[in-house]
Structures are given as C-alpha cells and as structure tokens.
Design a binder for this molecule. Structure first.
Ligand SMILES: *Cc1c(COP(=O)(O)O)cnc(C)c1O
Length: 394
C-alpha cells in the first residue's frame, strides 16, 4: 500500500521522499549517468516532446536521479516544484533572470553573499536592470525603495556574514503590494529551521553545496516555489540556458538530505554552547548568533526560525586579533565554506567579502575584527577547547 508522502514527518520525507525505484528494487537510490533516453517508437518520441508523456528527454531538462533530489527537497520545503542547479550561484542568477527583464527594478538587502552582490552590481545593470540596496531589517526602507517598475525583491536571511535577520512575511507583503516577487536565499537558516514559502516568499534558493551536501564534496543549488512561478519564470530558462545539476552531484546531495536533519540539529546544539562561550570571553567585543536572546532581531527569529543554525559571528576588535585567533586554531579549519561536517572559521573582510567596497562593508557593520565560524560535527568538548585557547591568544 502506498502512502501520500505529504502526510509524512520531516525525517521520513528526508529519507524516503522522491524515491523512484527501478524494477531491480534497489534500496539506495540509483545513479543514472545518462545524457539521453531512448523511445519505444517515433510516435513515442513525438508524444514525449509534445509533453503528453511525462518521461525524460535529455539530461539538461531532467534526469531520474536529479528528479529524486528535486522531489525530496520540494517535499522538505513544502514547495510544489524544485529545480536543481549546478551551484548556489546558478540558482541565485537564474532565480533573478526568470523574474526580471530590461527596464525592471530589483530591491535587495544590502548584506549579501559576495557573488550575489556581483550579479546585482556588475551584471544586472548590463541588461538594463536597476538595483537598489536597502537595510534589510528596516521594513520602511523596503517600502521606500519601491518604484513603478519594481518586479523582484531579494533577501538573504540570516545574512552573510553578520547574521542579520529580515522579517520575511513583512517584506513579502511589501513586495506583493508593489506587484513584485520575493526571492529568499535560505542557506544560513537551512530548510530545517526556516520555511520562507510558508512565510510568504514566492521563491526560495539554496546553495546545496552547504548543509545539504554537508560533507564538503560537491557543488549544487536549487530553486523552489509554487507551480505557477516555477513554470512561468523558470521552466524554459533552465532548459535552454543549461545550469543543470549533474546526476552524480544530484545523487550525493540526495544522500546528503537523508542526514540533513540529524547533522544540522547536532551542529546547532554545539553552536548554542560555543556562542555562549565566545560571548562570555573577555577578548570578544560582540557576538552574533541567531540562537541567542541578545540577537538584535530576536523577536523576528522567534517568529520565523525554529533553530539558531550553525553559524556564529564575533568581533575581536581588530584584523590582527582576528588573524591571531584563526592562526591559533588546532582543530577548526581556516576556510570560507560553511555547513560542513568539519568546523571552519574565516575572516570575511579579507576573504568572502574582500570584493565588497570598504564603505559598503562598514554599512553592514563588517569591521576588520569579525570572524565567522561554521560549527561542524566534531565533539563539543574538543571545539570548546580549541576555540577557548584561540580566543585566549587573540
Ligand atoms: C555559498 C552561498 C551561495 C553560493 O553557492 P555556491 O554553491 O557556492 O555557488 C549563495 N548564497 C549563500 C548565502 C551562500 O552561502
């Protein structure tokens, strides 16, 4: 007897959602390394291309392994449709290209991942799209930025690297009143702790490279949303521009989803303890963590996130102190990635955010003393000792 996967608990969705077995009855999902698909007859090929028969045509359009990943992630997110992409950046880029055309206007939260900022500041203007940046925590700023030609809003919440949080529902209301669609980059919250579509967003994007892989292996991304926007804005764009996720990477990410909940919850449990330890240390000037009551948007967090996540940011007062901290770490790696099983810490001003003009960095509060840490799956005692010792030497 088959059950409706929509009635399943989250953990069951992550392990079994989207499973499409071949007649061999394999238990671990099959990896279909095939570019194209053969048809039983010329008439069958005709029906497939006409869309009357739902089978696969070509890897750029879809693949059984990729579809299992897409269906599983859609089930987790509560989205009608998920389309996988080759990286988080191809997801962000396509999510905007599908909504915007020359003459349109985009409003975006100022604190954005470096490559997202490049797309907005350097790339979009080439195609006649105007961009306004706002303080994403200020609802009035979103309202004031709206123009008659505003068609899309983009926000990352929590944002990289200082974890500022945006009230997604309130910003969605402003977007919809303006006739625009809201795209949320949900990487830092993860699909475990925040559901932007349920909060009012139209489109959610992920870098699956982060927590969804979670073991530092492959790049991947995803765009999720309701059936209408996914068809109208993205179906043809993704087919014809070709940011398809490879079946191999789809398979790795599909298996990553099986343990996503376990990993993210364990990482968060450790992050909660480390954030308190970091905040209490005499060398630390400020600590940002979405799971602490002193986060400036704690009330918004309580309303829209069910966990603080695994990223902590803290200010050691100067670049020299931040570098001394990083160089004193023995277990935690100095690395700019996040969501990995291995803990890592980075100095955003000289790595992830070095291409952001200093003046812009200061606008988001990113002074040279900040360190961003992604908490992994190592023992909490070992991490506490490593971070404690490095803070003493900062
Ligand atoms: C890493 C990241 C991206 C880009 O993802 P890639 O998979 O590296 O292309 C986009 N947004 C956020 C918030 C990220 O952390």
């Amino acid at each position: 007897m088959a059950e409706d996967p929509n009635t399943w608990e989250l953990e069951t969705r992550l392990v079994r959602g989207g499973m499409a077995r071949t007649p061999y009855g394999e238990v671990s999902e099959a990896l279909f390394l095939t570019q194209s698909f053969a048809y039983d007859s010329a008439a069958a090929a005709d029906r497939r291309f006409a869309g009357d028969d739902p089978g696969f045509i070509y890897q750029r359009f879809g693949n059984p392994t990729t579809q299992m990943f897409e269906d599983r992630l859609a089930l987790l997110e509560g989205a009608d449709v998920c389309r996988a992409t080759a990286s988080g950046m191809s997801a962000v880029h396509a999510s905007l290209c599908g909504l915007l055309r020359a003459g349109d206007h985009l409003v975006a939260g100022r604190a954005l991942f470096g490559s997202c900022r490049w797309i907005l500041s350097e790339w979009m203007p080439r195609f006649g799209v105007e961009v306004t940046y706002v303080d994403a925590t200020d609802i009035e700023a979103w309202k004031n930025a709206v123009r008659p030609n505003t068609r899309a809003f983009l926000v990352e919440s929590p944002a990289n690297p200082l974890l500022e949080v945006t009230a997604i529902g309130a910003v969605a209301d402003v977007a919809h009143a303006a006739g625009a669609r809201l795209v949320v980059d949900n990487v830092f919250a993860t699909p475990i702790f925040q559901k932007p579509l349920a909060l009012g967003a139209d489109v959610v994007v992920y870098s699956a490279t982060k927590h969804i892989d979670g073991q530092g292996r492959v790049l991947g991304g995803a765009i999720l949303g309701g059936a209408e926007v996914m068809t109208e804005a993205y179906k043809d764009l993704l087919r014809h521009t070709g940011p398809a996720l490879s079946p191999f990477n789809s398979w790795v990410l599909l298996k990553g989803l099986e343990t996503l909940d376990l990993r993210v919850r364990r990482q968060t449990e450790t992050a909660v303890k480390l954030a308190d330890q970091i905040a209490a240390h005499s060398r630390v000037k400020a600590t940002m963590y979405c799971g602490r009551p002193d986060h400036p948007q704690a009330a918004v967090i309580a309303n829209q996130m069910s966990g603080g996540g695994n990223v902590i940011a803290f200010d050691l007062g100067s670049q020299a102190a931040a570098w001394r901290f990083l160089d004193a770490l023995a277990i935690v790696d100095i690395s700019n990635n996040l969501g990995d099983a291995k803990s890592m810490a980075t100095h955003p001003s000289t790595t992830t955010h070095r291409s952001m003009p200093e003046e812009e960095r200061l606008k988001i509060g990113l002074t040279p003393g900040w360190v961003r840490m992604s908490v992994g799956l190592e023992g909490a005692g070992d991490l506490s000792r490593d971070v404690g010792r490095a803070l003493d030497q900062a």
